[in-house]
Design a protein around this ligand. Structure first.
Ligand SMILES: [Zn+2]
Length: 315
């Protein structure tokens, strides 16, 4: 099991005066970032420690406090680290290609309204009043209202941790806050739902529900890689949702789940005369083929849980 990290986005509702202060702050931070970026580029040493040594005093003197100055320098160092990682991974094209040369032959430039991270010393949250207090170059802004969905607000109040990015997009202001959701202990299951992943029906559950996911199929059929990607993605979503609610997930061997009868266990190719039909040649049990497979998967889940817990008990 694992802690889940995710980013929750809330919209700020600043007054016109607050907007002016936020704008001026992003501009000052990004001017300073561009200065630090040029220094990083010419000095050649782009690590945060070296960059701080060479630029901290000047960045701070540009009207940024100690905290904001450190955040700006870290942002610049992180941007060079990301560029290097992208180049190494081939995301900018092969060595010597025009795009890669363009990206690597000049300092990284920050737009005047590029996002800026704020730590807890520069940004504090009031989850009852739905306001933040935020450092700006023209002083601390208090009671800047924010809004979000009930889910987002609840998540923030419970799990927000670390830095948040101040983002300006299409004239609107947002905070992207990182939330760390702790692992929830898995509760003893009183049964399993089998999920059969397939082509015609994306997911069929053992309670008889078939999810065909119309939009998803259109995407999946565009190419093979996307198709396996979407199964992988669906598996990750299930694991993530389950982890958040303390639900056990067991992966089972799918061999013969489509040919075995979920009522009597009889395995026969002829149990499945066509894609959709399951009809047991031994006991006569009949069901949609995918639902029958999902029921087999559910019983393998029960068996798998018992095995893994016998191992836990022995340990
Ligand atoms: Zn049967």
């Amino acid at each position: 099991m694992f802690d889940v990290k995710l980013v929750v986005q809330v919209r700020l509702l600043p007054t016109p005066e607050q907007v002016a202060a936020l704008k001026a702050t992003l501009r000052a931070c990004n001017d300073a970032a561009n200065f630090a970026s040029v220094t990083a580029f010419t000095a050649g040493d782009r690590r945060e420690y070296a960059l701080r040594k060479h630029t901290y005093r000047e960045v701070k003197a540009r009207g940024l406090g100690a905290q904001a100055a450190q955040q700006v320098i870290k942002k610049v160092a992180d941007a060079y680290t990301t560029l290097k990682a992208n180049a190494r991974a081939g995301n900018l094209g092969p060595q010597g290609c025009a795009r890669r040369i363009r990206a690597e032959s000049k300092p990284i430039a920050f737009r005047a309204d590029a996002a800026q991270p704020f730590d807890d010393r520069c940004l504090s949250w009031d989850h009852t009043a739905h306001t933040v207090s935020i450092w700006t170059t023209t002083g601390r802004l208090k009671k800047v209202a924010f809004t979000g969905s009930l889910d987002q607000l609840k998540m923030l109040a419970l799990y927000r941790k670390g830095e948040s990015d101040l983002v300006c997009r299409d004239g609107m202001w947002f905070l992207y806050a990182t939330c760390e959701i702790p692992d929830v202990p898995v509760t003893e299951p009183d049964g399993f739902i089998g999920v059969d992943l397939g082509i015609a029906n994306i997911a069929t559950t053992s309670d008889g529900t078939r999810h065909c996911g119309k939009g998803l199929n259109a995407v999946r059929h565009r190419n093979r890689e996307l198709r396996s990607w979407s199964f992988h993605q669906l598996g990750s979503f299930i694991a993530y949702k389950a982890a958040r609610h303390g639900v056990a997930v067991i992966h089972v061997d799918s061999a013969y789940t489509s040919q075995a009868c979920s009522a009597c266990g009889h395995v026969d190719k002829r149990n499945r005369p066509d894609q959709n039909t399951f009809s047991c040649t031994s006991c006569g049990f009949a069901e949609h083929a995918d639902v029958n497979a999902a029921r087999n998967i559910a019983s393998r889940g029960v068996a798998g849980w018992a095995v893994s817990h016998a191992a836990d008990d022995a340990a």
